[in-house]
Structure formats: C-alpha cells, structure tokens
Design a protein around this ligand. Structure first.
Ligand code: FAD
Length: 445
C-alpha cells in the first residue's frame, strides 16, 4: 500500500494578516458593565460552539441572547491555545466551520476564495484541492477572520460579556446564571463549556504540586529551554516538538503507546455524516464507549512525519515508545527529571505535559443531581440535547459525544448539535411556533 505523506511546508501559514474589515463591523468596545439581568437565552461559553448556537438562534429570530465567557471574546480560548502551540493550520477541512446548518451564508471556502489576493501560493493550491474534493489544510489566519465574519454578521460580538460563570441554577420558570457580581435570569441556557486540559496524576510529584520546569501544552515554553521533554502522543505534543526542533533545540518524546499514530483528521470522516452518527443511534452504552475509545485516540497530522522522523534519525529527537511515566522530580543542575517505568531517567530544561483534555460536563456549575453523569458523560435527551433532569438547560460541544459520536467535540459536530438545540430552544420560547422548532429537531441532522 502506498501512503501519501504531505510535506511539512503545509504546516506553515502566515499569522496576523490584516484582513479587510467585515461589512457592518465597527470598532469593538469591551463591555464594561455587567451583563443584562434578563435574557431569553444565556449561552455559557463563546467558543466555536457558543458562536454556532448564537448564530443559529439569530436566524430563528431569537435575538435576546447573552453570551458569557471567561475570556470575553468569541473563540478567544480556541485561538489562544492554537497560537500558544504556534499551530498555523487547522486539522479540520474547509467544510468544517462555525455556522448554521441549513443557512448557508458565506462558507469558509467561499470566504477564503474572496480573499484570494491575500493568500500564499501554497494556500491557494490547498483551496484548489478543497474545490476538487481532496484533503486540504485551512490556515488558522483565514479561519479566525472567518469566525470574526460570522460573529459580526450574527451580532454575537455585541452580545458577549466577559464573565466567569460559577453557578447555573434551574428554577420553576427558567434558569439563573451567576458569577461574581452578576446574575442573568433566562428562560433557557445552553452550556458550551468545551474541554479543560487533562492534568497529570498527583503521584508523579514528590510534593503537592509539580516541580519547577514543568508546564502544560497550553502554557508557553520558556525560550531558553534547550532540551525539551514532551509527554503525550497527540497533536499538541507534535507541535511542541516541531517548535523546539525548528528552533535548533533537542527533544525527548515520551509515549505510553508503542508507536505514534499519524492520521489526517482526529476523527474518522464518517462520524461527521448522518450514517456515522447512526452507528451511535440505538446502540448500547458499552458499544458507544467502545466506539469512543477506538476513535478518540491521540494522533498527529501526517505532515509532521517527515520532520519528526528526520530529527529522530539525526539524533536530535529521542523517542521513548511504550514507556509510562512514574515520577517527575527536580533533577541535576536545575533540570527536571522524568522517570519511566523501565527505570530510564530523562532530563530536560523544561517538561511539557500534553496529556489531552477532559470534557466539561456541567457538574461544576449545575446543582447536584442534574448532570447524573455516567462514566463522566452527562445524561442528555437524545433528541434535544437538554439535560434530562433540567429540560431548560442544553449542551453543545464535547459534552454531547455520547449522543452524537466522537465528532461532537469538533467544529463541524457543533453544527449538528446546534441545529437540534436551537430548534428545541425556539420551541420552548415560542410554543405557538412550535412547528418551527420541531422541524429542526426532527430533521435529525
Ligand atoms: C490546539 C487545538 C487545536 C484544535 N484544532 C481543531 C481543528 O482544527 N478542528 C476542529 O474541529 N477542532 C479542533 N480542536 C478541537 C476544538 O477544541 C474544538 O473544535 C473547539 O474549540 C471546541 O469549541 P467549544 O466552543 O466547544 O470549546 P472552547 O473553544 O474551549 O470554548 C469554550 C469556552 O467556554 C468558556 N468557559 C468554560 N467554562 C466557563 C465558565 N464557567 N464561565 C465562563 N466561560 C466559560 C471557555 O473559557 C471557552 O472560552 C482543537 C483543539 C485544540 C486544543
């Protein structure tokens, strides 16, 4: 079998280009006041999922929407994470973008073509590949400009407040969302909380916390770290290694699996289509768990393979395959020591933990008994994605994986979840227009 391995040049795209302003976009003034006290819908989290939900509600005529986000800017955490890793291209293809199922405004590929003169020759070639149905990579820069376009068109910017939500309390006629110094009472709320980084097991450390010289994948790596140790098998690990190697540094890569896994997307494409989701419908919890486990294993984009293999052949990268970490302790000469189960000790100036993410299922915000998690997954209505124990509270994003399948964590999965949730929210808010909502819900996208 011939495996086509794309070149590492595909991983590079310029960042920070000045895109023409979106029509209708004024200078964005930060909200200084607290969010309004009431709203039809409170959306917690303004990442790609929250952006998709607010845009869909806008198309359904629901404009009294308040988005509450720790960072206060649509998709802010996504781009902060991507930029910390210096990730310049997305892993998902051109068809995957925040937006609304059924309302095909200007799609990501159209948007990129509209800005043809701004693109590099490699980026233009990727567009041609996408147009002819082949795998292509999307520049983060284009994606960010597109997200801004979607946020502006659907008035999301002006409805987003910087706010750390601490509690979400269902009431007899709605829900109250509270944080320090504010409370929003809404008829419904949609939790779009995304995922937090997975923390290392506490037994790795000698004391209560990690020693000096240890950081997580979403934290900057110190410039003066000449020898980097990366723990983890996925795309974040690959970015950390590539950044170090491209800067002329040396690196160790510690993998628990016996070999690294390369694939072009992190979810099998079938799970983005109705037939893939049908593999979840009506199957047992055990079968869903098995599918999730098999399809969410850490993997690295194919483009990294030539770069990492060459570095390993040249001795700049040492890969410790099939070794689990047992301890991380202060090492010699101000370095940090990573101990492996076979007794090997790896020393580095900085240890980067790229251990993946954990799903926010709502249990930190909702009262006891509402989330009713099973293996960590919330108990959701499969048609509407409402919490079964609080039907005025909905989820979009990674928390919906056990209903929609592994693609629910990704940008295109949010579109599917959003279509169901927006329809159900509309039906709750405007029972007279129930048909509108039900049409959306029963479309079973
Ligand atoms: C480095 C990286 C690259 C990725 N690349 C891709 C890709 O190419 N394609 C793809 O489809 N997916 C990709 N993903 C997966 C990606 O995370 C999701 O597709 C997307 O970010 C999920 O959007 P979200 O809105 O669910 O979560 P997030 O983007 O995490 O947004 C959730 C928001 O909610 C906020 N929030 C959470 N709790 C609270 C609270 N209590 N109060 C207030 N605000 C709160 C967070 O601060 C955050 O801003 C990538 C992930 C990472 C980490």
């Amino acid at each position: 079998m011939i495996t086509f391995v794309p070149g590492p040049h595909l991983l590079d795209s310029p960042r920070g280009r000045a895109w023409p302003p979106v029509p209708g976009a004024g200078p964005r003034s930060p909200h200084l006041q607290s969010p309004p006290a009431t709203a039809d819908v409170a959306v917690v989290g303004a990442g790609p999922a929250g952006l998709a939900v607010a845009s869909a509600l806008w198309h359904l005529g629901i404009h009294d929407v308040v988005l509450l986000d720790r960072g206060g800017r649509p998709c802010g955490r996504f781009f902060d994470r991507v930029d910390t890793l210096r990730q310049r291209v997305l892993r998902s293809p051109y068809e995957h973008h925040p937006g609304v199922e059924g309302y095909r405004d200007c799609e990501l590929l159209d948007f990129a073509r509209l800005h043809w003169s701004q693109l590099t020759p490699v980026e233009r070639r990727e567009i041609r590949m996408a147009q002819s149905g082949h795998r292509s990579v999307v520049p983060v820069d284009v994606f960010e400009a597109y997200c801004r376009h979607v946020a502006t068109l659907h008035h999301v910017d002006e409805r987003t407040w910087q706010a750390d939500v601490r509690t979400v309390t269902p009431t007899a006629d709605g829900v109250t969302v509270r944080g320090d110094g504010f409370a929003v009472t809404a008829a419904t709320t949609v939790l779009c909380l995304g995922e937090e980084r997975r923390t290392a097991p506490a037994h790795w450390w000698e004391g209560d916390s990690a020693p000096r010289g240890v950081g997580y994948w979403d934290e900057p790596v110190p410039e003066d770290a000449d020898q980097l140790v990366v723990i983890g098998a996925g795309l974040s690990a690959a970015h950390l290694l590539a950044n170090a190697l491209n800067a002329g540094k040396r690196a160790h890569w510690i993998l628990r699996a016996t070999e690294e896994r390369y694939q072009c997307a992190d979810v099998n494409a079938s799970f983005f289509r109705a037939e893939g989701r049908a593999r979840f419908d009506g199957t047992s919890w055990e079968d869903r768990t098995a599918l999730m486990g098999g399809h969410r294993r850490a993997s690295v984009m194919f483009e990294f393979r030539p770069l990492l293999q060459r570095a390993e052949d040249e001795g700049r990268l040492t890969v410790h395959r099939g070794r689990a970490v047992t301890a991380v302790t202060p090492g010699r000469a101000g370095r940090t020591a990573v101990r492996l189960e076979d007794g090997t000790v790896v020393h580095g100036d900085h240890v980067a933990l790229a251990l993946g993410t954990t799903v926010s299922n709502g249990d930190r915000l909702l009262p006891d008994g509402v989330v009713a998690p099973r293996d960590g997954w919330p108990d959701l209505d499969e048609q509407t994605l409402a919490y079964r124990n609080a039907p005025q509270v909905f989820a979009v994003g990674a928390a919906t994986c056990m209903v929609l399948g592994p693609a629910a964590r990704n940008i295109d999965g949010h579109r599917v979840a959003t279509a169901r949730v927006a329809g159900a929210v509309a039906a709750r808010l405007h029972p007279a227009d129930r048909q509108l909502g039900e049409e959306k819900v029963t479309a079973r996208v």
